[in-house]
Design a protein around this ligand. Structure first.
Ligand code: COA
Length: 207
């Protein structure tokens, strides 16, 4: 289902805007990000980490850190959103998503660093994830959140997601949105191109 050119991941980078217009780059994580990614998770507030991973962890366990850095393995991907802060490229948000080809769905989880929350970064990142979902041929995009996570629930509602009961955990709620956009109309340039080339290679692809 996915036909990404994994040898040239840089082509799948996008520039997003915070609510006040500040630019941030979204790109696949790279091996050179290992230390900074771990630093990012360590420096999140305890509450943000709990909301992100549904449990108390102080950092990414080694196995999970390793998984985060494997782009495309088992159709799982990690992206980081970075901004220049005091002259350094700094990770301000991350998202991980998995394409479930058998159900044509894309599942994601994300976080924005506490210092950069409430500036519209998650809103922009979720729109970008919708582009990625469409380009990969997903028909639905969904995520899970703790029922107590009012910010995520409010954000998902504002972003047009509907809520469904989680299939196996009462503490979680699932938010889900249908994706129906033609390849030529995908509103992120790099993903529009990816979808169009996917369509050219496999004309029966639905988007
Ligand atoms: C949830 C999270 C991703 C939101 O990121 P963000 O960049 O701050 O989100 P945005 O700025 O795009 O939008 C947040 C929206 O929620 C609203 N909001 C902010 N704080 C809120 C709160 N305490 N209660 C309800 N709504 C709230 C804001 O009003 C905003 O809506 P607006 O754009 O109409 O003003 C961020 O808080 C986070 O990383 N939390 C920790 C990890 C997490 O919870 N991940 C989700 C589960 S995977």
């Amino acid at each position: 289902m996915s036909t990404l050119r994994l040898e040239d991941l840089k082509q799948y980078s996008d520039t997003l805007r915070t609510r006040d217009g500040t630019a941030l780059d979204v790109r696949f994580v790279e091996p050179r990000d290992t230390d900074e990614l771990q630093h990012y998770f360590r420096s999140l507030s305890t509450r943000s980490r709990y909301n992100r991973f549904f449990g108390a962890i102080s950092e990414l366990p080694n196995g999970l850190l390793h998984d985060f850095l494997q782009i495309g393995e088992r159709e799982r991907f990690t992206v980081v959103a970075t901004m220049m802060v005091d002259g350094f490229e700094t990770i301000v948000a991350e998202a991980r998503y998995a394409l479930h080809a058998e159900t044509a769905t894309l599942e994601f989880g994300l976080s924005v660093h506490d210092r950069w929350q409430d500036r519209g970064i998650a809103t922009a990142l979720m729109k970008n994830l919708e582009c990625r979902a469409a380009a990969l041929g997903a028909e639905h995009i969904f995520g899970d959140t703790l029922r107590s996570n009012e910010t995520m629930i409010s954000l998902a509602r504002k972003s047009g997601f509907a809520f469904v009961t989680h299939p196996d955990d009462w503490k979680l709620v699932r938010f889900d949105k249908g994706i129906s956009v033609a390849a030529k109309d995908i509103p992120c340039a790099s993903w529009r191109l990816a979808a169009l080339s996917r369509q050219a290679e496999s004309p029966s692809a639905s988007v």
